[in-house]
Design a protein around this ligand. Structure first.
Ligand code: SAT
Ligand code: MN
Length: 590
């Protein structure tokens, strides 16, 4: 084994840790990644030579490659994801827990000798703008060149991270090994107190790109509670109005519920002169600024977006973003070596190669692309990328939106009465499950703040932290709840969604600036008739009424089921939220 000496850093604690991990995993060689273009080319060629990546049609998709994962490794595995805190209570009832000693022992057994015959890559990265106080440094050790190339897109990776780290010992220690991809030997373990992540047996994004869900959300949320900030599963966007004023909004939706589409939205024709800029499409780190407002950075540097359903109609900016230098995972391939997925533009081709590499014919009952197939694309490709993504202090947030995928009950939009009620709206969010995680799909489950799979500590303490943030934010953003997914009795969506969500967003922004009225409903402030601009939209106003309607019987069930959710947290559950629930329940007729 080469000893992995490097001229990239003199940080002895980092070098010692890498050596310790190499001694355990016994790779053939250790390679420190510098993040250079030359390195990207070299590793890409290597991945192609090993069949890990396949070049796509370089005329149509310059610099783009296809990766096919193992068919049993296509999504996050929540049942194999663990929060390893000294006590089970610290992880809480919604997380899987393993004692740190037990987890380290179990995983050491798996990692021992696991990189024999392979290369150990040392991947230094920064989550957040370089040299920002918001940012965190991680080092991911991995034996997967696919992971290295994805981390190169998703984070600020390589030498700049080591330069920023200098000789500090404060960095996240991430260890990842692909293993044999046997789901029986797959563990994604987080050690918040050690600022460490050990992930074994999966190459899939959320399980293997340790900067993303593992550091930016699970460890991040733990650090946020300790340090007085918030790590959230939120997109960040800026809306510029015709006067040139830009308003920033952060919005939490569960995985595969349209965060990327919302973050890259193109306003409809009626909104001439309005522009939507993307700051981030998945994660927001929020801190109170010196001016008393809440400021957000996107810790990521790229998009790991859901491919199916993305097309020139639903998300033209995403289509432009993924035209070059992107990695496609588990999509289908056309005869001329282009990409394809369900919901792609144009006619369905007669023949394709499906995501498993098998021939596929039009009319097949099997999906050609995996429902959770993904593109990894550099943020710099996005034509509507905010010019503030690299600002060390971030952008000031005027509104926070919580949204789920609910075919009933939840109205199109509602504003909270105040901060605590807003926290309640986030804490009681529910959504139908999607293909982003393994398991049954379309089942309604509580997914508070879209963080159920990503909170790195007891969710009840997380709610308390949210409530406590009110005192720290002199000028807090307003809080809203939305639901683009409500259906009529025939099962058809009541609201067109996509770019037309701008109509709802406009009301939200106007509310945030106090420039439009609202009506008090039983459960929150809602737009008055005519406040949501429907001009140029071919929709029956009765449908909009139905989308915004509050059905008292449905709400009774909703409030009762929220109680069950709260109860599992026992005494740790902040009383404020249960009191709000009871107060809302009392508004309903007996
Ligand atoms: O966790 S991933 O980043 O792979 C995708 C998601 O579920 O949000
Ligand atoms: Mn996500």
């Amino acid at each position: 084994m080469s000893n992995g000496t490097t001229t990239l850093t003199k940080n002895q604690r980092l070098i010692d840790w890498v050596n310790e991990m190499a001694t355990m995993t016994t790779p053939d060689q250790v390679v420190w990644c510098d993040g250079s273009e030359e390195e990207r080319k070299r590793l890409t060629e290597y991945a192609v030579s090993k069949g890990i990546l396949t070049p796509l049609n370089q005329q149509k998709h310059p610099g783009c490659y296809l990766h096919r994962s193992s068919s049993s490794d296509v999504a996050r595995v929540e049942h194999l994801t663990f929060i390893c805190t000294p006590t089970k209570d610290e992880a809480g009832p919604t997380n899987n827990w393993m004692a740190p000693d037990e987890a380290y022992t179990k995983l050491r057994g798996l990692f021992a000798g696991s990189m024999k015959g392979r290369t150990l890559y040392v991947v230094p990265y920064v989550m957040g703008p370089l040299n920002s106080e918001h940012s965190k440094i991680g080092i991911e050790i991995t034996d997967s060149v696919y992971v290295v190339l994805n981390m190169g897109i998703m984070t600020r990776m390589g030498k700049p991270a080591l330069d920023m780290l200098a000789d500090s010992e404060t960095f996240n220690r991430g260890l990842h090994c692909t293993g044999d991809l046997n789901p029986e030997r797959r563990y994604i373990c987080h050690f918040p107190q050690d600022n460490a992540i050990w992930s074994f047996g999966s190459g899939y994004g959320g399980n293997a790109l340790l900067g993303k869900k593992c550091l930016a959300l699970r460890i991040g949320s733990y650090l946020g509670q300790k340090e007085g900030w918030l790590a959230e599963h939120m997109l960040i966007l800026g809306v510029e109005d015709p006067s040139g004023r830009t308003t920033y909004v952060a919005a939490a939706f569960p995985s595969a519920c349209g965060k990327t589409n919302f973050a890259m939205m193109i306003p409809p024709k009626r909104f001439d002169g309005w522009k939507v800029y993307t700051v981030g499409d998945d994660i927001a780190w929020l801190r109170v600024g010196e001016d008393g407002r809440l400021w957000a950075v996107n810790p990521e540097n790229g998009y790991f977006g859901v491919a199916p359903g993305t097309n020139w109609q639903s998300n033209p900016n995403a289509m432009k973003t993924l035209t070059k230098n992107s990695i496609f995972t588990n999509v289908a391939v056309t005869k001329d070596n282009g990409v394809w997925w369900e919901g792609f533009d144009g006619e369905v081709p007669d023949e394709l190669t499906d995501w498993k590499g098998n021939p596929w014919k039009k009319g097949s009952t099997e999906k050609a692309a995996h429902p959770n197939s993904r593109f990894t694309a550099p943020a710099s490709n996005n034509p509507m990328l905010s010019s503030h993504v690299n600002d060390a202090r971030g952008v000031p947030i005027s509104a926070i939106i919580f949204g789920g995928r609910r075919s009933t009950t939840i109205p199109l939009v509602m504003q909270s009465f105040n901060w605590a009620h807003g926290v309640y709206l986030g804490a009681t969010m529910a959504s139908e499950t999607t293909a982003a995680a393994t398991g049954a799909q379309g089942v309604v489950r509580r997914d508070p703040m879209a963080m159920l799979p990503f909170a790195g500590y007891n969710m009840a303490d997380y709610f308390s932290h949210w409530l406590a943030m009110q005192k720290r934010i002199p000028y807090p953003p307003k809080i809203f709840m939305v639901n683009w997914f409500r259906k009529d009795k025939a099962g058809k969506f009541l609201w067109p969604g996509y770019g037309d969500n701008m109509r709802v967003l406009k009301w939200i922004i106007d509310r945030a600036h106090g420039s439009v009225g609202a009506q008090e409903s039983l459960f929150g402030w809602v737009p008055k008739q005519g406040h949501i601009d429907l001009s140029g939209l071919d929709i029956d106003p009765a449908k909009v009424d139905e989308a915004t309607h509050i059905n008292e019987a449905e709400w009774k069930d909703e409030l009762l089921s929220q109680r069950q959710f709260f109860e599992q947290f026992g005494d740790r559950m902040p009383r404020t939220l249960e009191l709000i629930r009871q107060e809302l329940l009392s508004r309903l007729p007996e």
